[in-house]
Write a protein that binds this ligand. Structure first.
Ligand code: BG6
Length: 518
């Protein structure tokens, strides 16, 4: 199947519930605007912001323009371009809790059908808190706004449920109104440029597949560290924690892409089938194993660049005795032929020393070492390092002879770096995902069984952590690499966490730095 082709896209009516909210302003509108500037939007389209606020079109457009100016990767909008784009934008007041206020949406659809003289695609984007998803779906159904399954789609944001049971309930609710092929569950990590490239890297290169298994891979690390704290999301986060907020979705999806079997085609269901296989093959922890397979953390106050920052328990809308984790490190096994015995380590946390999302695949040692004298240096194992952000690069680390009269080995990088013009041109994840939704391509969206399999996997840990308060909380300081126990989790297997090389150093030094920076 041809993906994201520039073939003429169908006319589209795009409703955004939560039209005045943060997500709409930070992500959705800047993404749609950039798609418009890059000529990916269909000739006929209309964006209807739907919300409770009293507002006219003029004020709504002004708010969106200032959001674009602030958040678009292309910088401030230009007057002429914005005027053209905003002629496709309108505002509609409606209350999700009041069925009757959805009635005008039907009239809007009819009006555009007549004007465009065709049946447009209709996209309902739920950019609201998850407990509204069901009500929105119900209102769409009651008002008969979803009558053509070929052209109507609903996009729902994460978090998709707060545990397995609620995710199932939500799936059942949505599936009682829509078909699975109408439901687009977002995990924005799947839209990131480098994440998409992993598929190309794995399945469009002959040399990868023979190495990509337990015979050659020693272990895999997936690390998403963030410097930011929880900001003003205390209320949400204190009921979530990083296990729900990051691991259940983003990090597990990354594992799926690394560990999946080659799909027979790039068809949405084929790709998603292979990903679900990974989640099903991942070993679930028994309660008595959880303390040895996982580490949780919570940040205490500390200093960042001369400024004192609050500890987690002092943050706004957080319980001062909270047991919620702001850091998690986990070890998993994927029980299948390809990965038997290969540990996969995951870590993520807030208020850490560095913001970096990266995947490291460490290959085994050479079977027989011939460069063993002190004069040869210390040969290192090969590594494939996939930097997702803020650096966007894929680097292969190899051993090579340092030029000179002696046989001295250095680590060198074969580097595919996205920096420079390619990086600037890279679309943001939301641009990719919204265009796919407009084109009806579900490959990068989560299917019901994927979401449920991911919840199933983490439920034992969630339950255990909720029942057993961690007496050591808070157990790491802001601006650190997280709790010490997380080092022990991986050190007891003979490994250590890899960190991103420092961009300012030269290639060889950077390669060394990857190992030495923790
Ligand atoms: C979101 C989480 O899904 O992803 C946030 O709710 C997190 O807590 C964010 O900060 C990270 O996304 P990104 O794209 O900045 O890595």
């Amino acid at each position: 199947m041809e993906k994201r082709s520039s073939t003429k896209t169908k006319s589209t009516i795009f409703f955004i519930f939560g039209g005045t909210g943060d997500l709409t302003k930070r992500k959705i509108i800047p993404a749609l605007y950039n798609l418009f500037l890059d000529r990916w939007m269909p000739k006929n389209f209309v964006i209807i912001g739907v919300s409770l606020d009293e507002m006219d079109d003029k004020k709504y457009k002004a708010e969106l323009m200032s959001a674009v100016d602030q958040f678009s990767r292309k910088g401030k909008s230009k007057k002429e371009e914005w005027t053209k784009f905003s002629s496709h934008v309108t505002y509609q007041i409606a209350d999700i809790n009041d069925l009757s206020t959805f009635k005008p949406l039907g009239a809007i659809i009819e009006r555009y059908k007549e004007e465009w003289e065709e049946t447009p695609s209709i996209i309902y984007y739920c950019a609201v808190a998850p407990h509204f998803f069901g009500a929105i779906a119900e209102n769409i159904s009651q008002n008969k706004l979803e009558n053509d399954p070929q052209t109507t789609r609903i996009i729902v944001e994460k978090p998709f449920g707060r545990d397995l049971e609620s995710a199932k309930e939500l799936n059942n609710k949505l599936l009682s109104i829509f078909n699975e092929n109408q439901i687009y569950r977002i995990d924005h990590y799947l839209g990131k440029e480098v994440v998409q490239n992993i598929m190309a890297f794995r399945f469009a290169n002959e040399i990868m597949e023979p190495l990509w298994n337990r015979n050659h891979v020693e272990h895999v690390q997936i690390s998403v560290t963030e410097q930011i704290g929880i900001g003003d999301r205390g209320e949400y986060f204190d009921h979530a924690g990083v296990l729900r907020d990051m691991i259940q979705n983003h990090l597990l999806q990354l594992i799926c892409i690394i560990a999946m079997e080659p799909p027979i085609s790039f068809d949405a269901d084929e790709v998603r089938n292979r990903k679900v296989d990974v989640l099903k093959a991942m070993r679930k922890s028994l309660p008595e194993e959880i303390d040895t397979m996982s580490v949780r953390g919570q940040y205490s106050s500390g200093w960042i660049k001369g400024t004192q920052v609050l500890g987690y328990r002092e943050e706004e809308n957080v319980n001062p005795e909270s047991n919620t984790e702001t850091y998690a490190a986990l070890k998993f096994y994927v029980d299948n032929w390809r990965w038997q015995g290969v540990p996969f380590y995951l870590r993520t946390g807030k208020r850490l020393i560095k913001t970096a999302s990266m995947i490291t695949i460490q290959f085994k040692e050479v079977p027989h070492k011939i460069f063993i004298s002190e004069k040869s240096g210390t040969p290192k194992q090969n590594r494939l390092v996939i930097s997702i952000q803020p650096d966007m690069a894929i680097r292969f680390q190899l051993q090579s002879k340092r030029p000179g009269l002696e046989m001295y080995l250095d680590t060198v990088d074969i580097l595919f770096d996205y920096s420079g013009s390619k990086r600037l041109d890279s679309p943001k994840a939301y641009e990719t995902l919204l265009l796919d939704a407009i084109n009806g391509d579900q490959t990068l969206f989560m299917r019901a069984d994927q979401v449920e399999a991911a919840w199933e996997l983490i439920m034992p840990i969630l339950n255990y952590w909720e029942k057993n308060i961690d007496p050591d909380f808070p157990n790491y300081s802001v601006n650190s690499w997280g709790p010490e126990k997380a080092e022990a989790l991986i050190a007891k297997d003979g490994f250590h966490w890899f960190n991103l090389p420092d961009k300012t150093k030269k290639t060889n030094e950077r390669a060394e730095n990857l190992e030495d920076s923790d």
